[in-house]
Structure formats: C-alpha cells, structure tokens
Design a protein around this ligand. Structure first.
Ligand code: GDP
Length: 439
C-alpha cells in the first residue's frame, strides 16, 4: 500500500537534496510535486491544495537547521501536515452503556460483516462479553456469514431470520444482551450496492431507536474518491462517530485515508488489512504518515536534532570553519553535541539506507572516550593552536590521557585531515559565491 505515493514523495524530496537552503524557488517546485503525488494517489484536489499550501507556508517560515538537510526538514514538515490532515491524535472507539451498543453502517461489499467479526474478536480479547447482531433483513446469506465469523472468534450471534424489521431486531437483541450479561452489542446492518433512500431511512431509524455509544461507517479504501463521497453522504444522514477503512492490504492508493478526515471531519478509528480476524489495527495518524512517507526514521532523527542540537553553537562553529579557525575546542564541542543526540548506533540506524549498511559495524559510544581524554589533556593554548603540538607535547598528552603516542598521532592526523577538507570546502564556496551551510 502507498508504494506509489511514497516513491513520488521521495522523488519530490530529492529535488531538495544537495540544495544549500530552502528557498522560495525550490520549495515551490517541491510543493508542486508533492501536490501532484497526492492527487495521483486519489486525494481530493481541494484537500491536496490546502495541505500543500500549508506545507509551503511552513517551509518558508522555517529557519534552515544546520544539523539537518533541507530534504530532511521538508520531510518532517510534510509528515507533520499529513498527520494533522488525518486527525492528529489517535481516537478510540467509545464503549459506554449497559450494554454498550456499536452500530455498523456502510455499503455492501465494504467489509462491514468481516469488520463486525474482527471488532467482536478485538473486544473479546479485552475480556468483554460481546453479542453480534445480524440485522440484514434482505440477504439471508449475510446472517450465515456473521454466524460463521461468530463461531470463528467464539462470540454469540443474535438473529431473527423471519423478522423483517431491523429496528425491532436490534431492540430485541439489546434486551437479550441485558438478560444474558453481554456488555457490548455490535449491530451489523444491511448494506446496498449504492446509497439509496430506503437504506438511509432504515439505518437512521435504527440509530434513533437504540442510541448507540458508537456509530461506525465502514468503507473500502480501494474505492478512492468514491469512498470519500459515500462517507459524506452517510455522515450527513447518520452523523457517525468514526470511520473504518478496509482493504488497506490491497493496492489502495491511499487517497481515502488522507482525505476522509478533512472532508467529513470525522476520525478514522480502525483500519482493516486482510480477511483474517486478526487483521485489524487501530488507526494512528502519525504512524500512517510515516508509512506514507516511507522515509525510515528520518522523522525521529529531525525531531531529535531539533530538540537537542544547539543551533547557536552550530552557527558559531560554522563561522569558525569558514575562517579556517576550527580548533580542538570546537572539535570537543561537536563531540558533545553528537553524544547528546543519543546512542550513535541508533542515530546511524535512523538514516534511510544506512541502517542496513552499518548493521555489522560496531559503533561504540566509548570510541569517543580516548579522543575526549586526549583533548582534555591539552592546555587551552594547545587546543586553540594545534600546531603547537610537537613530539614532546604529544608524549605528555598520551601519558596524561592514559592513551599511547600512536593514538595521539592518529587523532592529530585525523584533525589535520578534517581541517584540510574544511579549507578546500571554503575555497570552493568562495568561488561559488558563499556557502549557505555545511550540513
Ligand atoms: P459487507 O458486504 O460489507 O458485509 O462485506 P464483507 O464483510 O462480506 O466483505 C466483502 C469481501 O471483502 C469479503 O470477501 C471479505 O473477505 C473481503 N474483505 C473484508 N475486509 C477485507 C480486508 O481488510 N482486506 C481484504 N483483502 N479483504 C477484505
């Protein structure tokens, strides 16, 4: 699922890669690509436009962080907006009343009956006594289907095959639940191939009569924009509490997941990802946004960088690099910043594509210890002017830091190499007319 959308968004972010900073021009083209990717994924055009306008405003108003690349920052902005679009916080189903009543609505074939079984299974696992009610008075096969599912998950199914009045059946079922100590009643109503007046008035009447604590609308995510339109029609009549998106295991383009909340203003509460009774998940907008973006854990990386990285310090060091004044004090400060960001191996693992490559390489946070010890054994003057460090001073450092001369020499060599790279970069940027950032 969402493979296409993820690939397209990834491509959109790539146009920002290698760019020194977020500018009006590169944001405009990236945002345009994001909008196209969303529309191609069957996201309602108005919704796609609104969300990308917000992404653009956000991106333009943001200071470029030195510690993350513009592409990564953009990913985070898009992630935040997609999460918001899908409702922000996870919303739970409301189970309230004696018994609590959950009413299911939706078109035929949407996966309503399958979901009834899954929900019964889910609630039963929370140690609740559940009663399933077959309220489809048109298709006898629907009653049998629910019975099979009920048996599978070990939940009793109430039905009245001869009764053609859904209001009566549901009221009788609730009465039956009370007498038999069932705490939750799940009512599976009739579905039609398309929305029709009779179906709407019927389910409206059921809702009015039984006053459920939760009315859910079940919809097939593969139907894209149609799913959103049907949701709107049902909501106008039923004022339901939440949406269940089914068949997200198929090649759904994801548009329904992204637009329903914005168009109908009701949260998605569950997603169904298969025919098995266990294939039911709560809907977490943030996790879904991560899945859509398919960006490894860039999001957490940027979040951690935003929380931990001292931007002022990063700017100060950047200045020093540009003036070829980077010294051991700065080096130590950089080490401390990296350490603050947490476990090195975790950090590397979050960079898409890096996790796997680094799997077998031992990255030990302790690897920094001898380096820190050597730098801390230097006098302030030596740290500021590394060229002072001749042979005898190096031997003193090795002794003072509990390392050996080899380690000190290695560090000096690495540091010199770093400074060389910095000098080359500075020269290059001067010829290009000023470097925006180092990251
Ligand atoms: P209803 O008419 O709304 O009650 O729909 P059903 O529950 O009978 O489902 C219609 C078809 O979709 C059945 O073949 C189900 O097995 C299948 N189905 C339901 N939910 C899912 C799902 O999440 N993923 C997949 N792949 N199939 C599903």
């Amino acid at each position: 699922m969402f493979d296409n959308l993820s690939t397209k968004l990834d491509r959109a972010f790539k146009t920002l890669k290698g760019q020194g900073s977020i500018t009006e021009i590169n944001v405009a083209s990236t945002v345009k690509e994001i909008r196209r990717a969303l529309v191609d994924a069957d996201v309602n055009y108005k919704v796609a436009k609104e969300v990308t306008d917000k992404i653009k405003d956000e991106a333009m108003g943001r200071d470029v962080l030195i510690s993350v690349s513009p592409g990564q920052l953009m990913t985070k902005i898009v992630y935040d907006e997609l999460t918001e679009l899908m409702g922000g916080e996870k919303q739970d189903i409301v189970i309230k009343g004696e018994p609590a009543v959950v009413l299911l609505s939706g078109l035929q074939g949407s996966g309503k009956t399958t979901f009834a079984g899954k929900l019964a299974n889910y609630l039963k696992k929370q140690n609740r006594s559940v009663l399933l009610v077959a309220c489809d008075v048109y298709r006898p096969a629907a009653i049998d289907q629910l019975k099979v599912l009920g048996e599978q998950v070990g939940v009793e199914v109430y039905s009245e095959p001869e009764n053609k009045n859904p209001v009566q059946i549901s009221q009788n079922a609730i009465e039956y639940a009370r007498k038999n100590s069932k705490r939750v009643v799940i009512i599976d109503t009739a579905g039609r191939l398309a929305v029709d007046e009779q179906m709407m008035s019927e389910i409206e009447a059921v809702k009015r009569a039984i006053n459920p604590s939760e009315t859910l609308f079940v919809v097939d995510s593969m139907t894209g924009q149609d799913a959103v339109n049907t949701a709107k029609t049902f909501n106008d009549r039923l004022n339901f509490d939440g949406v269940v998106l089914t068949k997200l295991d198929g090649d759904s383009r994801g548009g329904a997941a992204l637009s329903i909340r914005a168009v109908v203003e009701k949260p998605i509460k569950f997603i169904s990802t298969g025919e098995k009774m266990e294939a039911l998940d709560m809907f977490y907008p943030d996790r879904m946004a991560q899945r859509i973006l398919g960006m490894g854990d860039v999001i957490s990386l940027v979040e951690r960088a935003q929380q931990q990285f001292d931007e002022e310090e990063a700017k100060r060091i950047n200045q020093k690099i540009r003036k070829n004044q980077f010294n051991f004090d700065d080096f130590l400060s950089q080490l401390e910043q990296i350490k603050k960001m947490g476990n090195l191996k975790d950090l590397v693992g979050m960079i898409p594509g890096m996790g796997k490559a680094m799997k077998d390489i031992e990255i030990d946070d302790d690897a920094f210890k001898p380096i820190e010890a050597i730098i801390k054994s230097m006098t302030p003057k030596e740290r500021a002017q590394p060229e002072l460090l001749n042979g005898s001073r190096r031997r003193r450092l090795a002794k003072g830091s509990g390392t050996d001369i080899q380690q000190v020499n290695n560090l000096m060599k690495q540091f010199e190499d770093m400074r060389k790279v910095m000098r080359t970069m500075n020269k290059m940027s001067q010829t290009k007319g000023g470097m925006q950032q180092m990251a």
